[in-house]
Design a protein around this ligand. Structure first.
Ligand code: ZN
Length: 213
């Protein structure tokens, strides 16, 4: 560095002479929103949740249609009124299982629904294995759904299944949140719940003080 250059630019310091190329430019870290995407819901558990929430099981034909859309029975499978009754028992039993705390599960309903459920294991060329209905009827469909329960418990995913806490909802849902503390099936339900809490807090605050004795 030539002394004359510094002298000619008093007050600007030696950095003035540093070539631009030698300055260190650190790439900025990519902007993050602070929220990570929720984890994907395993397909079998999605079917299980949908089954617990299914309101359209009004007739044997509707049940058959519902199950075939999820590959649980072949399309056009004929089901009976007894099948419908059993499917509704399975639905109620699964709902109670999701809602129940570990110590007060009522297994009677589920065991009745599962009494003739059948499932088989299917291996693929890559060595993976999965459960599939062992018969093309309700027994096969329920076998697959109940196998999903067993697998979810074995994989530590069962506690992610919950019943929405929002008033007048009661939908089963899979809590895909990272902290596993989800309480509502949807953002809409969460907002409704929060709004209700806000209203009740205001009401509490606006209550007139008790009359002094
Ligand atoms: Zn909800």
């Amino acid at each position: 560095m030539r002394p004359s250059a510094i002298a000619a630019n008093p007050g600007r310091g030696v950095w003035y002479h540093r070539p631009m190329a030698r300055r260190m430019y650190k790439p900025r870290p990519a902007k993050t929103t602070g929220r990570r995407a929720p984890e994907p819901v395993p397909e079998d558990l999605r079917h299980l949740v949908a089954f617990v929430n299914a309101r359209e099981l009004e007739s044997p034909a509707a049940l058959s249609d519902w199950l075939s859309r999820r590959d649980l029975v072949p399309r056009g499978t004929e089901l009976s009124e007894d099948d419908l009754e059993r499917a509704r028992e399975a639905r109620a039993g699964l709902r109670s299982l999701i809602a129940a705390d570990a110590e007060d599960v009522e297994p009677g309903l589920l065991n009745r629904a599962a009494s003739n459920a059948v499932v088989r294991v299917r291996f693929e060329m890559d060595g993976s294995a999965s459960f599939e209905p062992a018969s093309a009827d309700l027994a096969g469909a329920l076998g697959r759904l109940f196998a999903t329960v067993v697998l979810a418990r074995a994989e530590g995913l069962w506690h992610r299944l919950k019943i929405c806490e929002a008033e007048a909802c009661g939908q089963a849902f899979y809590d895909a949140s990272l902290n596993r503390r989800g309480r509502w099936c949807s953002r809409a339900c969460g907002n409704r719940y929060a709004a209700r809490g806000y209203r009740s807090r205001r009401k509490e605050a606006g209550r007139p003080p008790p009359p002094s004795a």
